[in-house]
Unconditional design. Structure first.
Length: 465
């Protein structure tokens, strides 16, 4: 039990380091454009890091992290070694001002320690038998996809924002808002179906059937329940989770636990995110109309408008940062509690775990990370308030989307890609590509270096235990 407490403390220390290491992601553009002072910026970002606790209820990213390694290879020693490696790499990159990914160093450390553990207790086992290659592959793929998404969205926002005709601009923004609404509705439906499958233990049963074919009738029964209940999920926004669960109990599965199913379905509700995005878009439109139609547009008024809008965009990005990164540590703590026998699976994660993780990352952000701020805020490209709004909005949207998909992306990669996008919109030479290439190498090396560090740490620990 003492070792578990040590690991939980170490995980929260990593979360704190993640906060000040990644503070630059949230505040670099708003500091470099002088909208807020560094102190004001970290307070602003830390506050919205913690606000994410009240928004993200379906901890899909935490679930992905916790299940990166097969359950039989997760031990407290493995988690301890992974955390030590992740902390070392994070502090090293922070010291040299390299905006590397805290997410990927945690995943690399966890996987590397598990591989070392597996090879010490068993011969001839494949890496795919130790770690979930599907989850690792998605994470590695999004090293490149996340910054490209950020870049594409930030370029689009910049080009739309500089359009001279305000009504064309508002028309395009309205169409994009409608598309965003439909996209997040689709992501919600996917999450509802996924949670319904988890509730009935479909994936677990499929694995058990491969070992014991006698369980096939039970699997078929559960699949029938899911198939019959799936059409009801389309009414989720209209009738709510509780009514759907009651209908399932009445018409499909009389033995269903209505309270538990309601709780699982509610986790897929992304209405707070969607309506938050819609509110911000509406506020942007009203601001454009006020400054450019109600008032006489001047260079001062337009610049001041974007400075105020940047407060909104940086707040949105900080919420995305908190929601994405705090969950990774939740996954690690939950995995440790499962390994120690305190809980059976991630669903039983105590309420104090999310609260502690969001508080730790918020306090870390409050501590700042000034070396990386300099790299992010000025070394990649010079950023104006307009470009800051575009970059932060693009980064926030990317984080919200990937969080809904349960993919642990790097906030560092995302905002870097977004900043490159706004720089490239001006002209390609506005981006300092030498700095960008160096950052790319750091991104690529983070997972393997962290894995090697964790494997080495695990071997050293095993000598003394």
């Amino acid at each position: 039990m003492t070792f578990l407490v040590v690991i939980i403390i170490l995980a929260l220390v990593f979360d704190y380091i993640n906060g000040f290491h990644d503070a630059a992601n949230s505040i670099a553009t708003i500091v470099s454009t002088k909208v807020l002072t560094p102190l004001q910026a970290v307070i602003w970002a830390a506050f919205f890091n913690f606000v994410a606790f009240f928004i993200f209820k379906d901890h899909a990213v935490a679930n992905t992290i916790a299940k990166t390694v097969h359950k039989e290879f997760i031990t407290l020693d493995v988690i301890f070694a992974g955390l030590i490696a992740a902390i070392i790499w994070n502090l090293f990159t922070w010291w040299y001002g390299i905006p590397s990914s805290s997410s990927h160093t945690l995943i690399g450390g966890f996987a590397g320690a598990a591989i070392a553990h597996a090879y010490m207790i068993s011969d001839g086992i494949s890496i795919s038998g130790i770690v979930e290659m599907d989850k690792i592959s998605k994470t590695v793929l999004f090293i490149f996809i996340a910054p490209l998404m950020g870049m594409a969205i930030s370029m689009f926002i910049t080009l739309v924002t500089i359009m001279q005709n305000i009504w064309y601009r508002i028309g395009i923004i309205s169409l994009v808002a409608l598309g965003t609404f439909m996209l997040f509705n689709q992501l919600e439906q996917s999450k509802l179906n996924e949670n319904l499958n988890k509730f009935y233990g479909i994936d677990k049963l499929k694995k058990e059937v491969s070992i014991n074919p006698a369980l096939q009738p039970k699997l078929d029964s559960m699949l029938n329940f899911v198939e019959a209940a799936s059409p009801l999920l389309k009414e989720f926004d209209a009738v709510g989770a509780n009514q759907i669960a009651k209908t399932i109990a009445k018409e499909i599965d009389p033995n269903v636990d209505v309270k538990k199913l309601t709780k699982d379905l509610k986790k897929a509700d992304n209405s707070a995110i969607v309506w938050g995005i819609m509110f911000v878009i509406f506020l942007f439109i009203l601001t454009y109309i006020y400054v450019e139609k109600v008032k006489t547009p001047t260079a001062y008024r337009v610049a001041n408008m974007f400075k105020k809008l940047q407060l909104l965009s940086s707040a949105a990005f900080s919420i995305g940062h908190g929601g994405n990164d705090a969950q990774k540590v939740m996954g690690i703590i939950s995995a440790a509690m499962v390994a120690n026998g305190n809980i059976a699976d991630l669903k039983q994660m105590p309420d104090w775990v999310p609260l502690a993780c969001y508080a730790a990352i918020g306090l870390g952000t409050l501590s700042g990370g000034w070396k990386i701020v300099k790299t992010m805020g000025s070394k990649i490209t010079k950023v104006t308030p307009l470009e800051g709004v575009a970059a932060e909005s693009a980064g926030a949207l990317t984080l919200f989307m990937t969080e809904q998909m349960g993919i642990p992306v790097s906030t560092t990669h995302t905002i870097t890609g977004s900043i490159i996008g706004v720089g490239a919109t001006k002209r390609l030479s506005a981006v300092r590509w030498g700095v960008t290439i160096n950052l790319l190498w750091a991104w690529i090396l983070t997972i393997p270096v962290s894995a090697v560090l964790a494997g080495t740490t695990y071997f050293l620990i095993s000598l003394f235990r």
